[in-house]
Design a protein around this ligand. Structure first.
Ligand code: ADP
Ligand code: TYD
Length: 214
């Protein structure tokens, strides 16, 4: 593989994005691939500002769309968790696994903003090659995030439910642009949580099949 690859994990809060992006990074590294982990919002100045704003209730989605898009360009051009910009990591042939990327903006900020405008705002950030979308219900998501840390503006059952609906439109948009979208059921047919291990095995096998045919 001469050029790098972006694998973006997407889904509502609590879906398991951090858990599974990190497990995938470790697994691909054990296979010998050059792999980096990164995340959004970033730990750069705009990322900090974003986290502060979403602690409150006065959240304007047009302004948030601008801030998330700016944070994303910071990520692409200045700094990723790898210590170099995302662009540089890609040019060095890294597979970069990102815990949230531009389709989070399209789904979340569509709560109060226009998806096609958000898409344009993000057009300077490269498209991901692969999206791993983990689907869970807003009720399970809410239970998980409540136990975890302070909750953000988006983390109510009502808002997560609207964001989940927006994700299905956002994923269709991604597919129309040629992004390979892997949809993973985080719950079984009975609505019970699948084990982390079985979800990881499904993600890994689908990703490795894609990588090997490149
Ligand atoms: P996200 O990054 O999508 O917000 P995390 O990966 O941080 O989600 O997971 C949120 C919480 O849910 C964590 O406590 C994690 O251990 C737990 N969790 C993740 N996946 C599962 C699963 N399949 N079954 C049970 N708990 C899970
Ligand atoms: P999260 O992944 O929870 O980051 P951290 O745990 O490091 O603070 O992201 C914070 C919130 O931001 C989460 O509710 C999802 C939301 N978000 C958007 O609304 N738009 C975006 O473009 C991104 C990347 C995240």
């Amino acid at each position: 593989m001469s050029k790098g690859l972006i694998i973006a994990f997407e889904g509502i809060d609590g879906a398991g994005l951090t858990t599974h992006s990190k497990l995938l990074v470790e697994r691909l590294r054990r296979d010998g691939y050059k792999v980096g982990y990164s995340k959004e919002p970033t730990w750069g100045p705009i990322g900090y500002l974003i986290r502060e704003l979403i602690l409150g209730e006065d959240v304007d989605q047009d302004i948030m769309a601008l801030l998330y898009a700016a944070d994303r360009l910071w990520h692409v051009r200045h700094y990723s968790c790898l210590g170099v910009s995302l662009s540089k990591a890609l040019s060095e042939g890294y597979i970069v696994v990102i815990d949230r990327y531009k389709y989070s903006s399209i789904a979340y900020q569509s709560l109060g903003s226009d998806p096609s405008w958000i898409d344009i705002l993000n057009s300077k950030a490269p498209e991901p090659n692969i999206i791993v979308y983990i689907d869970i219900t807003p009720e399970v998501a809410f239970r998980r995030v409540k136990e975890r840390r302070v909750t953000y503006y988006y983390e109510t059952v009502n808002r997560l439910s609207k964001i989940r609906e927006q994700f299905s439109k956002a994923l269709s948009l991604a597919e129309s642009k040629g992004v390979y979208v892997i949809k993973i059921q985080g719950l079984n047919e009975m609505g019970k949580e699948r084990s982390i291990e079985s979800i990881h095995e499904e993600i890994y096998s689908r990703i490795i099949r894609f990588i090997r045919q490149l």
